[in-house]
Design a protein around this ligand. Structure first.
Ligand SMILES: CC(C)(COP(=O)(O)OP(=O)(O)OC[C@H]1O[C@@H](n2cnc3c(N)ncnc32)[C@H](O)[C@@H]1OP(=O)(O)O)[C@@H](O)C(=O)NCCC(=O)NCCS
Length: 185
């Protein structure tokens, strides 16, 4: 794989870019403090903007590594950070990545995460040179599965009671797209 790291990506409506320390308040206000957003995630909603600042500081340090991929999602019309999309697991020997994402509630159901996931998937195939991009969601969170489908991923199956998130132990529904899927299209 090519360790090109988190570079800025443009889509029709979005700029996907690195986080900076100045994003802490927007991240806290728009999604990190919202327990509805974190309902199916593994981390608890942030109790203060200081916690968000520490998380972002860790991310900014990690950008020094070319195998760290974590984008702030910013609409071009506002420039404010409204969510993130990241590689949460990287299997270098298999050229395979797992993606995770979240978005502020005020921005749901406008196709934003689908647009972001398509751009990140293209980058991971075309520039980083990966062979497989996968993601999974709690079976009780079908909106996330819909994003994966709309971005071209195929459903692989369900790993029953395989994960724990803020809603408890859950069935994880896995989706992926592999290079040969794209080549067939
Ligand atoms: C899941 C999430 C990322 C979706 O982002 P988004 O920008 O709203 O997604 P999109 O608008 O691109 O697509 C959402 C799709 O889900 C559908 N949807 C929404 N709620 C749904 C529900 N309860 N059941 C089934 N489908 C649903 C929408 O209709 C839309 O599909 P459509 O375009 O065919 O109509 C966002 O809701 C989120 O951040 N949730 C909290 C964090 C989270 O759950 N992250 C994923 C962890 S795996």
């Amino acid at each position: 794989m090519n360790k090109t790291g988190t570079v800025t990506l443009e889509t029709n409506r979005l700029t996907l870019r690195r986080f900076t320390p100045a994003d802490a308040q927007d991240m806290f206000d728009n999604w990190a403090s919202d327990s509805v957003v974190t309902r199916f995630l593994t981390w608890p909603a942030h109790p203060s903007v200081e916690v968000t600042g520490k998380v972002i500081a860790d991310w900014v340090k990690a950008y020094e590594n070319g195998d760290y991929f974590n984008w702030a999602i910013t609409p071009k019309d506002s420039g404010r950070v409204i969510g993130n999309i990241a590689v949460v697991n990287l299997n270098e020997s298999a050229d395979a990545a797992e993606i995770g994402y979240c978005l502020g509630r005020a921005y749901w159901n406008r196709g934003i995460m689908t647009e972001a996931l398509k751009a990140v998937t293209c980058y991971l195939f075309d520039t980083v040179g990966l062979n497989r991009v996968a993601a999974c969601h709690d079976a009780n969170n079908p909106a996330s599965g819909r994003v994966m489908e709309k971005a071209g991923m195929k459903t692989e199956g369900i790993l029953r009671q395989s994960q724990r998130n803020n809603s408890g132990i859950c069935d994880a529904v896995w989706h992926s797209i592999v290079r040969s899927d794209i080549e067939k299209q």
